[in-house]
Ligand binder design. Sequence first.
Ligand code: ADP
Ligand code: MG
Ligand code: MG
Length: 295
Amino acid sequence: RVPLSEVTHLQDLGCGTFGNVWLGHNATFGKVAVKTVKPGNKAGSAHNFWREAEMLASLNHPNVLRVYGVVVDSPTAGPDSLGTLGSPIDRPVVGIMTEYMRGGSLSTHLAYLAQHRMFIPMAPRAELALHAVKGLAYLHDMNVVHFDLKPENLLLDTPLNLLDPNYPVPVVKVADFGLSKHKLKHHVPDVLNLRGTLPYMAPELATNSLCVSEKVDVWSLGVVLWEMLTLQTPFGDCTPQEILAGLMSARPPEIPSWCEPEWAHLLECCWEPNPQNRCSLRHLSETLQRIIDEY
Ligand code: ADP
Ligand code: MG
Ligand code: MG
């Protein structure tokens, strides 16, 4: 638990749905990323941050963003949110402090490459994907369902540099546990309805919540793999209504005809409509490893 006054603001890094993220410096941890409540965001954010930090704190894997602690309000602030956090804590939680990922989010890099009409060759693409798969497999082993997997929530340790063949492929880490659920603590189908981001959501979230399981993340991962291939955003020109209709009929984004057969196989097996038949992360990681070895 670190007081806000002990983190120096250096620069803004980005903002998501719920938080503003900025780069800070702390005497103990050095450079850190701090996610704080967006101004004007409703009460309950403190609770959400606490929950998100708690979720992250129990996790430790090279492909999962590391959390250092929660940031609490300056010492002058009273214990006004005592009790609302579901935990005995003396000051309001205003943010989460995590490791800083210098490469930023995968979505930024995909947009940059699209703008410059570049594509990611299959070998580095498979390497990036394998990081995400390993992080996700770890989460599922820990009984955590992420529920919001998308390129924005995958962070890179260094920038993606495809022009220099000697430049190593960045390490990818799964981030943003704001919507995550612990399978053993919550009966998953009870707690959610259309949880996640529409174009990445598995069909069972819209059609049969009794089938909702960690396999929702595998569907989303398929959409991420599709985006790494095409550099387009899924269902780019569709309205939310059209996307929802597609979701109910388990319609994934279209696989382009030029897609390598190996990659098409990956996409198809992530997009199996029946979650029970949807491929395992083990199958994905073995297939990706084979691609890396062969190309
Ligand atoms: P939200 O829950 O509001 O979506 P995120 O945790 O996804 O917030 O963070 C929003 C954005 O901020 C990310 O998409 C990324 O661009 C940036 N960001 C978040 N955490 C870090 C980090 N540790 N290092 C660098 N950039 C980050
Ligand atoms: Mg996010
Ligand atoms: Mg979030």
